[in-house]
Design a protein around this ligand. Structure first.
Ligand code: HEC
Ligand code: HEC
Ligand code: HEC
Ligand code: HEC
Length: 525
């Protein structure tokens, strides 16, 4: 009897924990949160009202000045000011109150100035260390992972004490912030236990950073900054997700460390070895100090804020350490969306632009007459063309991050499309689950629009020609999109691409507009 009860109890307990995990996991929507915030900031920047937070001068009288200055430097490396200042409303530095909207309600960041009542002035070092390392408040509550303790737990005790010393010596601001407005049941902080069990407690490398004795001091310094204070993976690593990628859970997938992530149409690029190995150190440092992207273009959006509040304050030797470390991060490439079976994601993302309609002589998906003679030549031949290119067929369909297996699977998927239950002439429409990125916009533009738009003889405005585009951009994005969509002002309806979805047309128009302006950031929409 006891055994049966125990079993029953255990089952219930497991269900409760699982439920808690799922619910609480939904709260780890750090990325979404951060980006929504940055959308606001970008909107403000465009109207020139944006107000960056200002670092306050610490009061060092009678205190250990060098400790405080070290703490100031470290808190800059951690970008604490970005979240703990309500800069869009010109709030006082570190006094919190920044709204971080999430699908489950709004979190208002806390005041971390030394005010005893409304800030953290009454905290002991031990309480501060516990909050930063374990994500637990002095009262024992679990913090939401929008507070990046997942990363900050790597900071060493002496560095945490220095940060505390700095925060203790900045001006105290009495400001009680609005309480969080979280919906039921997400306002129950104990539910965070689920998230923690899934991603934090089960993380075998929690705790202060341990130096790797096989590596140089510079490498270790770089790893410490990137993994801990810099919390770079928060934006640059793919995160675990729920509900068909709709909810990023705010916990990075380790095997894909720093291989890039999409954030609402914004791409925080791959900054691991596979992408940075051949880039000079100087070019990488210029991203941080001069806001120049690798290969050209200006840094915009969330990374611009990271540079402005944080990275540009770092010593050159620290930026160099970060650079050298990034160049050694070896990660697996994340798979491209696999909804629809292996190969489908790559096909939809990289091949369908030409093959769905047979553009430019590409054998059309599902068209047996076009494919039969090719298939007779043998699969290996097809793999070979797909991998190395031929005529109008670019090597790997231009998917540089695709592995050999990815490409072979895409070819298999295309061949399988011929056997697909009779109605094989219908080209599959591009899955709308795949979020469209600036890269998609470029691909669609090149496949469907460049025919006229790259040829001045066709009288179509060429992207990048600023004067021609000034008036178009002045009319606004939505109107311009409608011109193309509905065929107003003499344009071909659907941009001449009847099978393009609205999302695809928008992506192409965004891409064209983005090429033609330095003021606006259409990628954020
Ligand atoms: C990405 C945004 C973000 C960054 C960056 C960030 N924080 Fe926070 N922080 C938060 C949020 C959100 C909370 C509240 C979490 C909650 O209510 O569960 C928080 C809570 C805290 C708390 C607890 C305050 C209290 O009253 O309970 C402390 C202390 C803190 N942060 C310190 C820091 C320090 C120091 C840094 C820089 C090294 C930093 N934070 C960087 C978002 C951030
Ligand atoms: C808030 C999110 C966020 C954080 C945190 C963040 N980044 Fe970024 N980063 C981005 C985005 C978005 C871009 C793309 C910027 C653009 O396209 O203008 C970017 C671009 C970059 C680039 C340029 C890559 C290229 O191909 O040009 C580098 C290098 C980089 N980040 C390094 C870092 C490092 C190192 C850290 C941590 C110290 C970091 N980032 C933290 C969002 C972030
Ligand atoms: C820019 C347009 C374009 C893209 C993108 C593209 N293809 Fe092609 N593809 C072509 C063209 C054109 C041909 C015909 C080449 C020829 O025979 O000269 C072709 C031919 C092929 C063939 C037949 C091989 C043969 O011997 O002719 C395969 C298989 C193929 N592509 C696979 C792919 C895969 C897989 C992708 C995506 C990873 C892809 N293609 C992306 C244009 C494209
Ligand atoms: C057959 C040639 C042709 C194709 C294909 C074509 N365009 Fe155009 N497009 C034009 C011409 C000509 C104009 C300038 C006059 C006008 O608006 O009709 C133009 C204008 C535009 C404008 C400015 C519209 C405005 O409001 O003034 C945009 C944006 C645009 N095209 C987007 C696209 C997109 C996106 C595609 C691909 C999906 C595309 N075009 C395909 C010929 C073309």
């Amino acid at each position: 009897m006891k055994k049966i009860l125990e079993k029953k109890y255990r089952k219930t307990l497991i269900s409760v924990i699982l439920l808690a995990c799922v619910l609480a996991a939904g709260m780890g929507i750090y990325t979404a949160v951060y980006i929504i915030k940055n959308l606001k900031i970008m909107a403000a920047m465009v109207t020139e009202n944006y107000n960056y937070a200002v670092y306050p001068t610490p009061d060092i009288t009678g205190k250990d000045a060098s400790q405080i200055m070290r703490g100031e430097y470290l808190s800059k490396a951690g970008d604490c000011i970005a979240c703990h200042t309500n800069s869009p409303e010109k709030g006082k530095s570190f006094a919190g109150g920044l709204p971080m909207p999430t699908p489950f309600g709004t979190i208002y960041t806390p005041n971390i100035t030394p005010d005893k009542e409304t800030g953290i002035g009454g905290w002991t070092d031990a309480q501060f260390i516990r909050a930063m390392r374990k994500g637990i408040s002095p009262e024992g509550h679990y913090y939401y992972p929008a507070f990046p303790y997942y990363y900050f737990n790597k900071i060493t005790d002496p560095d945490l004490k220095a940060i505390k010393a700095y925060l203790d010596s900045i001006p105290a601001v009495t400001q009680k912030n609005r309480p969080n407005e979280m919906m039921l049941p997400f306002n129950f902080r104990f539910l965070q236990l689920g998230w923690r069990m899934l991603f934090f407690r089960s993380n075998n490398d929690t705790g202060a950073y341990q130096e790797d004795p096989k590596q140089s001091a510079t490498w270790n310094r770089g790893a410490y900054l990137v993994k801990g204070l810099g919390h770079c993976a928060m934006c640059h690593s793919p995160s675990y997700t729920l509900l068909l990628d709709a909810l990023p859970l705010g916990a990075p997938i380790k095997k894909y460390d720093l291989t890039g992530a999409k954030i609402q149409g914004y791409l925080a690029p791959n900054i691991s070895k596979s992408n940075l190995e051949k880039v000079s150190n100087e070019e990488i440092i210029n991203v941080f100090t001069k806001d120049e992207l690798i290969g050209g273009g200006e840094v915009v959006g969330p990374m611009l804020e990271v540079n402005h509040n944080s990275l540009r304050y770092l010593k050159r030797e620290d930026l160099l350490a970060i650079t050298l470390y990034l160049k050694t991060v070896e990660s697996q490439s994340p798979p491209i969306s696999s909804s629809g079976g292996p190969g489908a994601g790559v096909y939809e993302g990289y091949c369908s632009g030409c093959h769905a309609q047979g553009a430019g002589g590409a054998p059309k998906f599902g068209d047996a007459t076009a494919w039969d003679p090719l298939i007779k030549m043998g699969k290996d031949k097809l793999y070979n063309v797909a991998l190395h290119g031929k005529g109008g067929m670019p090597a790997k369909g231009s998917c540089l991050s695709c592995s050999v297996t990815d490409i072979k699977q895409a070819v298999d998927y295309m061949i399988a499309g011929l056997q697909g239950g009779g109605a094989s002439t219908a080209a599959p429409t591009v899955s709308h689950e795949i979020p469209l990125t600036p890269a998609d916009g470029k691909r669609i533009y090149e496949a469907k629009c460049s025919i006229c738009h790259n040829d001045s003889a066709a009288n179509a405005p060429t992207p990048g020609d600023d004067t021609e585009w000034e008036t178009i951009i002045g009319a606004g994005f939505y109107d311009t999109f409608l011109d193309v969509k509905t065929g107003r002002r003499g344009h071909l309806p659907q941009g001449g691409c009847p099978q393009c979805s609205d999302a695809e047309l928008k992506a192409a128009v965004k891409y064209m507009m983005q090429q033609s302006t330095k003021t606006y950031n259409y990628n954020l929409w």
